[in-house]
Design a protein around this ligand. Structure first.
Ligand code: HMG
Ligand code: MG
Length: 301
């Protein structure tokens, strides 16, 4: 079977997970959550975003979150930024790794960031030289890669075109989002095959939401295609405020359980991850969405 020996898990719970919760955590609670995730061995964690606090109040005060994080050479903490204003705030907060985002659907992009795909790429082009002068690493997201809640079907060629545009602008990795979790395994496989004709496979990551319960099956299909970077959120937290019906990201615990079973190395400790799940669920009115965490209990919560 064609599967990788090693996979990097990118934990997006503190950003994608918390941005859609009805209860907003304090910066101190967000820091505690992130520290627990790093103690679990997660080496890449999206810690927050510098977006409009009117639109996403849950992510306000992300500067205080970065100020509260202990520096740890083993972990990269990302901030999501939509424009130059967000980048400048991230730089002021001492952020070293940022993520920029656009989509393969114009309608979704308008709802999400109030502009077209082309305009969003212009905004990214504007911030890129500043990010490069500051030695920031820039990850790129493409949303709606397996379907759009407004436009329906999205052609994989369109996804490839947008992913390539982000690489040409200077992104080192492109995370391909199934934002509303609509996709199915063969569709995910074909999308990766199409995109990898434009962007080399080692530069691609899978960012799948689990709305229709397909995320693990989709991940298994794309692992077979050579994907080695997976985004996930502990407790299956998440959802995009601009994608009606989008439930959480695939749960990190469930992905880890699958990868452990396949003998794929991640460096992540299940028990410590369960402790992070326990912490964040106790602070939110969120029902745990990880099937694995519903069965396994942490030894030392
Ligand atoms: P806009 O209204 O078009 O921007 O919003 P504007 O430039 O006209 O500015 C309007 C106001 O926003 C101004 O304030 C700006 O200062 C302020 P005012 O003068 O009215 O007081 N503003 C900002 N404030 C803080 N930080 C900033 C910033 N920029 C402008 N960076 C904007 C454009 C992008 C800002 C807005 O639409 C926004 O913040 N949207 C939220 C987007 C978001 O966070 N979406 C969720 C994340 S994406 C996602 O979840 C998908 C992903 O997970 C992948 C997947 O699943 O597919 C990544
Ligand atoms: Mg997402």
């Amino acid at each position: 079977m064609n599967l990788p020996d090693k996979v990097t898990l990118v934990e997006v719970g503190p950003r994608d997970g918390l941005q859609n919760q009805s209860h907003t955590l304090t910066p101190a609670e967000r820091v505690e959550f992130i520290e627990r995730l790093s103690q679990a061995g997660l080496s890449q964690i999206e810690a927050g975003s510098f977006v409009s606090p009117t639109q996403i109040p849950q992510m306000a005060n992300t500067d205080q979150v970065f100020a509260g994080l202990k520096s740890n050479d083993a972990v990269r903490y990302f901030a999501l930024v939509p424009n130059l204003q967000g980048l400048e705030a991230a730089i002021d907060a001492g952020v070293k790794d940022i993520a920029v985002f656009t989509a393969a659907s114009d309608t979704f992009t308008h709802k999400n960031i109030n502009c077209s795909i082309a305009e969003s790429l212009d905004r990214i082009a504007l911030l890129m030289p500043v990010a490069q002068q500051t030695d920031l690493r820039v990850r790129g997201y493409v949303s709606c890669t397996l379907g759009c809640p407004y436009e329906g079907e999205i052609h994989p060629e369109r996804v490839a075109e947008v992913a390539k545009a982000l690489v040409d602008l200077g992104c080192y990795e492109i995370s391909l989002g199934d934002t509303v979790g609509m996709g199915t395994p063969e569709q995910a496989r074909q999308m990766i095959r199409t995109v990898s004709r434009q962007v080399p496979l080692p530069m691609l990551a899978a960012h799948f939401h689990d709305t229709y319960g397909q995320a693990l099956a989709n991940l298994y299909a794309v692992l077979q295609e050579g994907i080695t970077v997976i985004d996930s959120a502990v407790a299956g937290l998440g959802g995009c405020p601009y994608a009606r019906g989008a439930s959480g990201n695939v749960a990190t615990e469930d992905v880890l359980y699958m990868l452990n079973g396949l003998g794929i190395e991640t460096g992540v400790d299940m028990n410590a991850l369960l402790a992070a799940n326990h912490y964040v669920c106790s602070r939110l009115d969120h029902i745990n969405h990880s099937k694995v965490a519903a069965v396994l209990q942490p030894l030392h919560p």
